[in-house]
Ligand binder design. Structure first.
Ligand code: MF3
Ligand code: CO
Length: 251
């Protein structure tokens, strides 16, 4: 499949989808505290999305059983919310969420500390986000896609973290996952040329320890093989002739 270039009308719809998602993330952030279950977060997220008249795009996606992926500590992504998984002080938790507005998808993820957390975890979260911002400095029309990948890789390499290589970012539009795949690590090729009107989810997943991951028996939850914590930061962006527009943040 080719990388789709969105029309102005489509961009307006994706932009709105993304703004609504940014509001959902704001509210979810406030719900993160010790004693809350990962299922509580999913229940709240689904309600917020449906109250906006939108649909959670993760729910039933390839059989995924929830609206929000809630991944705690060594869980990298796609953690399944559970009533008996209670957040406690010192944990870090990644919330990955998306929605559909008038047929158009949005996708974004954040990682938070639960109460006070260890300084090395604060730094992991901060540098994971920073790597996104480093990556998208290359995200403009005329550049090549894998310049984004290389910029994330180069930035992260100074910390000795493990970049997850088994999962990648992607295009976003009338489907949650469109072409292209967007690795968070250096590629031997420069990849497709970026064009104005592409909408892309850039999502570095960064491990405190080694980059190796494995899948739990639930066939969804991806965990760091060495058991060390992992962070995730994702926004849906729009390629323009100038600076990219980061769609899933509030102004
Ligand atoms: N944001 C996630 C991703 O791009 C979507 C998760 S799909 C789900 O990989 F099925 F796990 F919800
Ligand atoms: Co995504």
């Amino acid at each position: 499949m080719a990388i789709l270039i969105k029309s102005e009308r489509e961009i307006e719809l994706i932009r709105h989808s993304c703004k609504l998602l940014a509001q959902v993330h704001e509210e979810l952030r406030e719900a993160i505290k010790p004693g809350v279950s990962t299922k509580d977060i999913d229940t709240l997220g689904e309600k917020l999305i449906r109250d906006m008249g939108c649909t959670p795009n993760f729910l039933n996606y390839n059989g995924y059983p929830a609206s929000i992926c809630v991944s705690v500590n060594e869980e990298v992504v796609h953690g399944i919310p559970r009533k008996d998984r209670i957040l406690k002080e010192g944990d870090i938790v990644s919330l990955d969420c998306g929605l559909i507005y008038k047929g158009y998808h949005s996708d974004a993820a954040r990682t938070y500390g639960v109460g006070p957390i260890a300084p090395e975890l604060e730094q992991l979260i901060k540098e994971t986000e920073n790597s996104f911002w480093e990556g998208i400095k290359k995200a403009k029309a005329g550049n090549h896609l894998f310049e984004i990948s290389a910029a994330i890789d180069d930035y992260i390499s100074q910390f000795g973290y493990g970049i997850v290589t088994d999962l990648v970012g992607h295009g976003v539009g009338t489907a949650l996952h469109e072409d292209p795949q967007i690795p968070n690590f250096r590629q031997p090729r420069r990849g497709p040329k970026l064009q104005k009107g592409m909408t892309l989810a850039i999502e570095p997943m960064i491990n405190l320890g080694r980059s190796d991951v494995e899948w739990l028996d639930d066939d969804w939850t991806v965990v760091a093989e060495d058991g060390l914590p992992s962070a995730h930061y994702e926004n849906t962006i729009l390629i323009t002739d100038g600076e990219p527009e980061v769609l899933t943040i509030l102004d």
